[in-house]
Design a protein around this ligand. Structure first.
Ligand SMILES: Cc1cc2nc3c(=O)[nH]c(=O)nc-3n(C[C@H](O)[C@H](O)[C@H](O)COP(=O)(O)O)c2cc1C
Length: 195
């Protein structure tokens, strides 16, 4: 089996921390092809993540069950507790379940509706946090879906987004705990402020 993450691995939803030239750490939700030694992801050209990676090609990619942190990283600018990474000049989110420290090996343009680039990166260190993975949860997945729909509000349109949020809210109402409810509320407030 090939080790090329672009070919074989699932796209995992992560939170990527990068550092700006002003020293500010940016947290962004990002889908990543998760290989053992190499990760591939596709930041839009307008993102701070890509700008930071072009200036300073190191980052930390986190796996988290914290869906509120995830939706905030998709729609806002959270600053969760972080500590310096061990092998790169970057920041590790302390409450992540696991993380990988990466060094960018290639940034290339890629074909897509909106301008985005393909980033390949080598894993140089990894770690696990003290939080045990929580497992599958429909409400958590619903909040993740809601956040991606909300992040596409400008081209999906208010009516479509509102219908999707209503459908996903049913899953949250049935299966959420407080963190999932807070995440869905965050998404709804984000959309309400823009429609
Ligand atoms: C599930 C999910 C997956 C996402 N995947 C990507 C991605 O692959 N590339 C990207 O540029 N943005 C992605 N986003 C949107 C970014 O998280 C969002 O634009 C964020 O603000 C990143 O921008 P920044 O780097 O300027 O902070 C995703 C959002 C969600 C909810």
């Amino acid at each position: 089996m090939s080790n090329d993450p672009g070919e074989q691995s699932a796209l995992i939803e992560t939170v990527v921390t990068t550092t700006g030239s002003d020293g500010v750490v940016n947290c962004a939700a990002m889908g990543v092809r998760w290989g053992e030694h190499e990760l591939v992801f596709w930041p839009f050209d307008a993102t701070r993540t890509l700008r930071n990676l072009r200036a300073h090609g190191e980052a930390v990619v986190h796996l988290t069950d914290d869906v509120l942190l995830f939706v905030q990283a998709a729609l806002g600018h959270p600053q969760p507790p972080m500590v310096p990474a061990g092998a790169v000049a970057g920041s590790v989110i302390t409450e992540a379940n696991a993380w990988r420290e990466i060094v960018v090996t290639e940034i290339s343009p890629c074909e897509s509706e909106l301008p985005r680039s393909r980033v390949r990166a080598r894993v140089v260190a990894s770690g696990t946090g003290t939080q045990q993975p929580l497992g599958l949860c429909r409400a958590r997945h619903a909040a993740v879906e809601a956040s991606i729909v909300a992040s596409r509000l400008s081209w999906l349109g208010a009516e479509h987004v509102s219908a999707e949020l209503a459908r996903l809210q049913e899953l949250v109402d049935k299966t959420a705990g407080p963190r999932e409810r807070a995440a869905m509320d965050y998404v709804r407030r984000h959309v309400a402020a823009r429609t």
